[in-house]
Design a protein around this ligand. Structure first.
Ligand SMILES: *[C@@H]1O[C@H](CO)[C@@H](O)[C@H](O)[C@H]1NC(C)=O
Length: 204
């Protein structure tokens, strides 16, 4: 069996240390503790859109503090597919189901944070929030987004290192590119050198 050259094994060792330290932080709650009440007269085409309503309303009501261009102004009522910046498409696993497949709030200058409930948007393929004022961390619940292939978090105010949860996305299917600002440059280099069958573009 060929042995790995020392730099690579060192790198993998560091990566596993990092993953260990990240998993010990993973006790973050799956909900923000604040609850949106769904109007009982609202009808949703399917349970996925109902969950999306819950996630988006939690974001708007409890985790968005300033929205200077009124981007979320029309995030009202059960028809989430007509909300600004929210895009629906047939689910890849069942084309008869319309699901929230994309969020694009680039350049909206919104201040707030990403609540754990966003993990309910488990059909998301694109999540673009570049050039806003989001702070805090990327919630660990993002690992539920198994279809995510474009994640653009650049030009926000997130704290800390390379977002831990990004490593828990379906990395078996990942090509990571983009400009990553990480306090762990070795990790950046490692991530940008991964080559796997599908594409995930991450910009943080
Ligand atoms: C924001 O948008 C909503 C819906 O389009 C509108 O009703 C509301 O008046 C707008 N608010 C401001 C401050 O422009």
């Amino acid at each position: 069996m060929p042995t790995m050259p020392p730099p690579l094994s060192l790198l993998l060792f560091s990566l596993s240390l990092l993953l260990l330290s990240l998993s010990s932080q993973a006790q973050t709650p799956a909900s923000s503790g604040q609850t949106v009440t769904i109007n009982p007269t609202f009808r949703f085409q399917n349970p996925s859109l109902r969950r999306a309503y819950y996630a988006l309303q939690t974001w708007k009501k409890f985790a968005i503090f300033s929205d200077p261009f009124n981007q979320t102004g029309n995030w009202i009522g059960p028809d989430v597919c007509h909300y600004n910046g929210v895009f629906c498409a047939p689910s890849p696993s069942d084309s008869s189901l319309n699901v929230v497949a994309g969020i694009d709030l680039n350049h909206a200058d919104i201040a707030g944070y990403l609540p754990p409930e966003l993990g309910l948007l488990s059909d998301l393929a694109l999540f673009h929030i570049n050039s806003n004022r989001f702070c805090g961390v990327v919630p660990p619940t993002f690992k539920r987004m198994k279809l995510l292939f474009e994640l653009d978090l650049s030009n926000n105010r997130f704290v800390g290192h390379f977002p831990a949860v990004v490593l828990k996305l379906p990395l078996s299917s990942t090509w990571i590119s983009g400009s990553m600002t990480s306090k762990a440059p070795f990790l950046q280099r490692y991530l940008t050198s991964l080559w796997m069958p599908y594409f995930l573009t991450i910009t943080v």
